[in-house]
Write a protein that binds this ligand. Structure first.
Ligand code: PFF
Length: 458
């Protein structure tokens, strides 16, 4: 069966629009808040090294595979996986890839929106100079007060989700994607300036030692799982968001090179964020295992102590909110595209439906940061469980299905055909990595907690 070669929405104008759009969906709050929180809680270098390893050997091959599915399927993730399962003459159970993705997207969007809402809240407080001259302890107190106030959190969470719904419902995502061409370089530039400030104000040597001085013995199964989860989360893979980008790929374009550039940009942003945040963390004596507070204490403190910090910091958090918005849009798009294409919903209605579900789940997540903070299971709050299940289980599971499907189930000629103009060597290398490294590695790591649980209960 030959499938439609054109998405109903056309193709990307240029290679760089594709790279910027894909990087725009990848780079987001996760590079700042989640990367620093995870690196801080998981021993720094041990996490960073395992994460970098996974980025190259697992995430990049899976990202390419996901784009290949989108490029071949040219539809929302569920329909694309149904179509391709039919084309490959395999069980229709493979559509689970699409369903799991929509579920993961919804879960992540709910708590992502709470974090991105915190980012928006900081635009206002930094522009109005609320951190001017404050000690780190006072900035930390202000952040804890914000976390303790469900109404404030709900307000900013609602504002962020309303913006995502607005962008998705007007169908201007591709406009947003084009905007990423401007926003991303500005974000990187501002981040570099913060790193330079941090270098002056903070303890860069301690930060570098923490982030890069690696010891094998420090690696634990938890760190490996956290690093794998983050390597999927940060690239927005495993849930079908990247399939949409593949669906707009013009024929005859080489994907591997362009997607390697995306991985490079995303990794550079995460490392820069680490070098911006950790020197301050060490000079201010903040515990690296503080969690999300790392970003929301260290950066506002810095902006409160530098000249024109209100303006610079306000601009910085505005750009952070914008990159968060493009990630939020990527999270919502798979489910919305399915509701529109399959259930014939109007775009606005589809976006409102998904938005409302994510909003409700987000309210539960944010209440677990304050009113319901006692509701814990195995030492994790509801917020942490949502994050753990979606990032550490659903995304790797989605990635595993994608890797097995493209690596072992799709016909080789079809996959080869989607690889366009690549030389044989690049194709063979990618295909080999996908089949023999990425898929088995993800499978093993996913089974690890199960194995440990079995051993513990035996
Ligand atoms: N990659 C985004 C970030 O690092 O902020 C988060 C994300 C967006 C995850 C879209 C998954 C996704 F589909």
């Amino acid at each position: 069966m030959s499938l439609l070669r054109e998405s109903s929405q056309g193709v990307w104008g240029s290679r760089w629009t594709f790279v910027a759009a894909t990087a725009g969906a990848a780079v987001g709050m996760g590079n700042l808040w989640k990367f620093s929180a995870l690196a801080g809680a998981n021993g720094g270098a041990a996490f960073v090294v395992v994460y970098l390893f996974f980025m190259v050997l697992v995430s990049l091959p899976v990202l390419i595979a996901e784009v290949v599915i989108g490029s071949r399927g040219r539809a929302n993730p569920i329909t694309a996986s149904q179509n391709l399962a039919r084309e490959a003459a395999v069980s229709s159970w493979w559509q689970l890839m699409g369903w799991l993705g929509c579920l993961a997207g919804l879960c992540i969007l709910s708590y992502y929106s709470v974090m991105a809402g915190l980012g928006i809240a900081h635009i206002d407080s930094i522009f109005t100079g609320q951190f001017k001259g404050l000690t780190a302890a006072k900035v930390g107190e202000a952040f804890n007060q914000l976390l303790a106030d469900p109404w404030q959190l709900a307000l900013w969470h609602s504002i962020f989700l309303a913006l995502v719904v607005l962008v998705v419902s007007t169908g201007v995502e591709r406009g947003m994607a084009r905007m990423a061409r401007i926003i991303l370089p500005v974000f990187v530039l501002l981040l570099v300036i913060v790193v330079l400030y941090s270098n002056r104000m903070g303890d860069m040597a301690a930060a570098q030692q923490f982030l890069f001085s690696f010891q094998w013995q420090a690696i634990t199964p938890e760190i490996v799982l956290a690093a794998l989860g983050q390597a999927f989360f940060t690239l927005s893979i495993g849930l079908g968001a990247m399939m949409a980008f593949g669906a707009y790929m013009p024929d005859g374009r080489s994907v591997a090179g362009l997607l390697s550039a995306v991985v490079l940009i995303d990794t550079a942003v995460a490392l820069l964020a680490g070098l911006a945040i950790f020197p301050l963390v060490f000079s201010l004596n903040i515990a690296p295992s503080t969690g999300p507070g790392l970003m929301f204490v260290a950066l506002p403190y810095a902006f409160g102590h530098i000249e024109h910090g209100e303006l610079f910091g306000g601009a910085f958090f505005t750009v952070v909110a914008l990159v968060g918005l493009s990630s939020g849009v990527a999270l919502m798009e798979p489910a919305v595209a399915w509701l529109v294409e399959r259930c014939k919903f109007k775009r606005l209605f589809a976006a409102l439906t998904v938005g409302l579900l994510a909003w409700g789940l987000g309210i539960v997540a944010l209440l677990s940061l304050n009113e319901w903070s006692d509701v814990r299971w195995l030492d994790r709050s509801i917020f942490n469980w949502l994050d753990y299940i979606s990032a550490n289980i659903l995304l790797p599971l989605g990635g595993l299905l994608i890797a097995i499907f493209v690596g072992w189930r799709m016909r080789l000629e079809v996959v080869r055909d989607e690889f366009y103009k690549h030389s044989g060597v690049v194709f063979v290398l990618w295909y080999w990595l996908l089949r023999y490294i990425a898929a088995p590695a993800v499978l093993l790591i996913l089974l690890l907690p199960l194995y440990r649980w079995l051993v513990a209960t035996a």
